[in-house]
Design a binder for this molecule. Structure first.
Ligand code: BDP
Length: 669
């Protein structure tokens, strides 16, 4: 088992009769899937009907044991996948309406035209390559179809094919023709394609003197380009834009606002039904707190965006850290569509080496109460159209997919792709349910179940499912513990973002790209003061959160050092000093990974040897890295706290000077 089949491992199916009066490519896929995976009564008859039901939204469906109804063929396809999943996992199939939470459920690939993947840890791009760049092989087509199928099976209906740090040439005919083929393969699976664009494309590609969004020639250039795109891909989804951010060009280069830039593109896309996903990931080195900047830039523009613009906001105010409070933009922009952006690829969470199940992190964000329209104004409800009138709703996940046989590098990283899709479909799903579904689909061993002892099922549930599910559910908190407990953030090594680097601050480097900017450790204490006496970032949150975060006594301890700079001997709720608590948390993280190793070793009888060994090896590396994190951070911070590591805890096994030396050697390479 190389993991290539993901959660769609083929199992023996029963014969089934299908009644379906319409014919479309998507319905053909739905029928093929039913024949391929039917686990119900042998010879049963299943009816697929396209209806006009008011209760159905977007690509929603209504399911019963032998019928799927939907308002369009995509809904039928999603209903079929749901039916098959339930048969496979043994869940009940009750008659119910099942609507997606968001209209657009989209992956963002940070793939470059040369085939490299920014922050990708699973091999090269599945879409682009350097050599033979424009040849489409049957192998390409097969892979794209498998990709489309996997996405459709969890309800993902869109994909951005290239990096937000966009190469301008993506808009050239050669690339657009490849996009056309990809779109054709994805279309029957209900997926639309989108592209990231570089804001200076009119100057770079069109040789115009400017890319000023208010310049008539620039406007005409984009209109013509977008017309061309739609002539090649008639159902093209729209554009994703990273502008005036991290060195990328944008409207601000021409004295214009984000709204000027986004609206210009939105107007050009409007006749075709396309959307603009305009990212709010902006910060400049001059402000005193990076965490405040997206809000400061975008709030004054609330209400100025066209109705086919969606502002794409990362879950937290900084950058995909193991834990951040939710971005204060959620719920605050009341007259603009806002969509959450999650990172599926584990840039700051141990790359493809660490086993970290991300659903709990996303659930934490989505269920955070913003209080913007009273209690219960969760991030989910502020973005899925429940509270605000939004013309479009969407949610994005930065993909962790590459050419590796198992797609995602780590076998358990597949669960994050799966979880993103499931949450995008149903924002209220619980992490536990997602983990359980995924494990049943991905690891349940049919052949043993069918041919082996009669109680295989019971022992599989007790001895595999339960402990492994618990490991998944604990894994994100473990990573927070051994990397950045108590609200610490951005203290990883260099630009690689793997491993600890709280000391890292090369001369001349932008301060807001170095860890000391974020942890502010000194002999006085540690943490970033974002209270009213500090940067006042708390003020961007609606009451009662602003007051709650502002006071260390009421601030949730998981965010303590995010919002507060506190003395090392500050007393925690546990009664320990802040320093001791930090030590205990780092230690706990390491102990948790150790326990994951034990859990995994014990389930060996239930896992094929290829996947077993791969996960076992990764857990060993993860454990070494967790110890490194703990030792590095504690020894580094101890220089300031000047307090002993509590004697009940394991002693460091690494020396700080050696860690720093190895780190600078490695990051210099
Ligand atoms: C950061 C990544 C960088 C991305 C950037 C972004 O380090 O590679 O380009 O986010 O989201 O997390 O634009």
């Amino acid at each position: 088992q190389d993991g290539h089949e993901l959660w769609l491992r083929s199992s023996k199916s029963q014969p089934v009769n299908i009644v379906c009066s319409k014919k479309t490519p998507t319905l053909s896929v739905a029928m093929d899937e039913l024949r391929r995976g039917w686990q119900g009564k042998s010879g049963a008859t299943i009816t697929l009907t396209i209806t006009k039901e008011k209760a159905l939204k977007y690509d929603g469906f209504k399911l019963s044991e032998n019928a799927v109804q939907a308002n369009n063929d995509k809904g039928i396809l999603y209903g079929v996948y749901e039916l098959l999943r339930r048969q496979q996992t043994g869940e009940n199939i009750t008659s119910e309406v099942n609507n997606p939470s968001y209209e657009t459920r989209i992956l963002n690939h940070w793939d470059n035209p040369d085939g490299s993947v920014e922050r990708g840890y699973a091999g090269h791009s599945i879409f682009w390559r350097k050599d033979e760049a424009f040849t489409v092989t049957s192998q390409d087509k097969k892979l794209w179809q498998e990709y489309a199928r996997a996405n459709a099976s969890v309800g993902i209906n869109g994909t951005v094919l290239n990096n937000v740090n966009a190469a301008p040439q993506i808009l050239n005919a050669d690339y657009l023709n490849r996009v056309k083929v990809i779109a054709e393969i994805l279309r029957p699976y209900g997926m639309k394609v989108y592209l990231s664009v570089k804001f200076s494309s009119p100057a770079l590609l069109g040789k115009l003197k400017t890319s000023d969004p208010l310049d008539p020639e620039v406007i005409a250039w984009w209109k013509a380009k977008i017309k061309e795109i739609y002539s090649i891909v008639p159902d093209f989804g729209g554009l994703l834009v990273k502008a005036s951010s991290e060195g990328q060009p944008g409207p601000q280069d021409f004295g214009r606002t984000h709204a000027d830039g986004a609206n210009m593109l939105a107007d050009a896309l409007k006749p075709y039904g396309g959307i603009v996903m305009w990212r709010a990931f902006v910060y400049s080195p001059n402000d005193k707190d990076r965490a405040k900047q997206a809000y400061n830039e975008f709030m004054p523009l609330d209400g100025q965006f066209r109705d086919n613009v969606i502002i794409q906001v990362k879950n937290g105010p900084i950058d995909f850290q193991p834990r951040e409070p939710f971005s204060p933009l959620f719920g605050a922009m009341k007259n603009t569509s806002v969509m959450p952006e999650f990172q599926i690829t584990q840039e700051y969470l141990g790359h493809a080496t660490h086993l970290v199940f991300l659903a709990p992190m996303w659930e934490e964000c989505l269920q955070s109460d913003t209080y913007q329209k009273g209690e219960g104004s969760t991030v989910a409800r502020c973005t899925d159209g429940s509270i605000y009138q939004q013309n479009h709703t969407a949610i994005a996940g930065v993909a962790n997919i590459g050419l590796d046989a198992n797609w995602c590098g780590h076998h358990f990283a597949q669960a994050n792709w799966y979880a993103f899709g499931r949450l995008a479909w149903n924002v209220n799903l619980k992490s536990e349910q997602i983990a359980e579904e995924w494990l049943r689909l991905t690891f349940y061993n049919d052949s043993s179940a069918r041919t082996g002892s009669s109680d295989y099922n019971a022992s599989w549930t007790n001895d595999f499912l339960k402990p492994v599910k618990q490991m998944m559910l604990d894994s994100r908190e473990a990573a927070v513990n051994y990397m950045t407990p108590l609200g610490l953030h951005h203290i990883m090594s260099a630009n690689e973002h793997y491993g600890p680097g709280p000391w890292w601050a090369p001369k001349g480097m932008r301060a807001d790209w170095t860890p000391p900017y974020y942890h502010q450790a000194s002999v006085i204490g540690i943490g970033f003061d974002r209270t009213t006496k500090g940067s006042d970032a708390v003020e961007q949150y609606h009451q009662p959160l602003a007051s709650q975060f502002n006071d260390p006594a009421t601030c949730p301890e998981k965010f303590l050092l995010w919002f507060h700079h506190l003395p090392w001997n500050y007393t925690m709720k546990s009664g320990r000093t802040l320093w001791d608590e930090l030590c205990y948390d780092y230690d706990k993280g390491v102990q948790q990974v150790r326990s994951f190793q034990k859990t995994w070793d014990k389930v060996q009888p239930y896992v094929d040897s290829t996947r077993f060994t791969a996960v076992q090896r990764s857990l060993r590396s993860q454990c070494q890295n967790a110890i490194l994190w703990k030792d590095a951070c504690l020894l580094y911070f101890q220089q300031f706290s000047r307090m002993p590591i509590p004697y009940a805890l394991e002693r460091p096994v690494n020396n700080l000077d050696e860690i720093i030396k190895n780190d600078s050697r490695r990051t210099a390479e």
